[in-house]
Ligand binder design. Structure first.
Ligand SMILES: N[C@@H](CCC(=O)N[C@@H](CS)C(=O)NCC(=O)O)C(=O)O
Length: 208
């Protein structure tokens, strides 16, 4: 293969990785995986990623990378010209800390409860309580992110791979659920939307 291949679904968490690929600006191949039709469970895909998830990145050497924080870190580390990797171990650890919090807590604990309550409680009757707990977890996450942005425009000061993760959870909250973001996160979301790479990504995924 001559370029990285991104398996994505429009508007899914893979949109953040899509933004990073657009920021880097090197040619890549986007491959739409239709999650609603269950393409993630078909052998053509599970032979690449047995976890049945996007984002999935097949690299130029054919090997596959999964999990948002790992893909984001690797893209930033291997494209130093893009300046997506902060300088120094502390700032790099902070970027990973915030990326993991957005993905593992805000998305997977918060949003997953809102979108897929039955994954958390076997009884349909508990659905509303599970969704409410999801909103609570997500709101706490927004407060943490708001604080991280108190004195700076991007999560670790300068723009980094971590901002792509906050962008996708903000996008779900503001654009998909039409909910309000706290002030600093709203300003970050506006800054992200003003970036040409984000605009190109939304267009490429048919969301603009
Ligand atoms: N821990 C994974 C989460 C990925 C994930 O949950 N992806 C969702 C889309 S946002 C997915 O592929 N869902 C397909 C399914 O659940 O069937 C990561 O960090 O990449």
């Amino acid at each position: 293969m001559t370029m990285n291949k991104l398996f994505y679904a429009p508007g899914a968490c893979s949109i953040g990785i899509h933004v990073l690929l657009q920021e880097i600006g090197k040619p890549y191949e986007p491959v739409l995986l239709n999650l609603r039709e269950g393409a993630q469970f078909k052998p053509e895909f599970t032979s690449l990623n047995a976890k049945s998830k996007v984002p999935t990145l097949q690299r130029e050497d054919g090997s596959v990378l999964t999990e948002y924080p790992a893909i984001a870190f690797w893209l930033a580390a291997t494209n130093p010209g893009s300046k997506l990797m902060p300088e120094g171990a502390t700032a790099q650890a902070r970027a990973l800390e915030l990326t993991d919090y957005a993905v593992s807590t805000m998305h997977m604990q918060g949003f997953s409860r809102m979108f897929r309550p039955t994954n958390f409680a076997p009884s349909e009757a508990d659905g509303d309580a599970v969704k409410a707990r999801g909103r609570e977890i997500f709101a706490k996450g927004l407060a943490v992110m708001d604080k991280a942005l108190e004195d700076q425009e991007y999560l670790v000061g300068s723009y980094s791979f971590a901002d792509s993760a906050l962008f996708y959870v903000s996008y779900w909250w503001a654009a998909r659920l039409q909910q309000e973001l706290p002030a600093q996160v709203a300003a970050h979301y506006a800054r992200m939307n003003a970036r040409p790479a984000v605009q190109r990504t939304l267009k490429a995924e048919g969301l603009a």
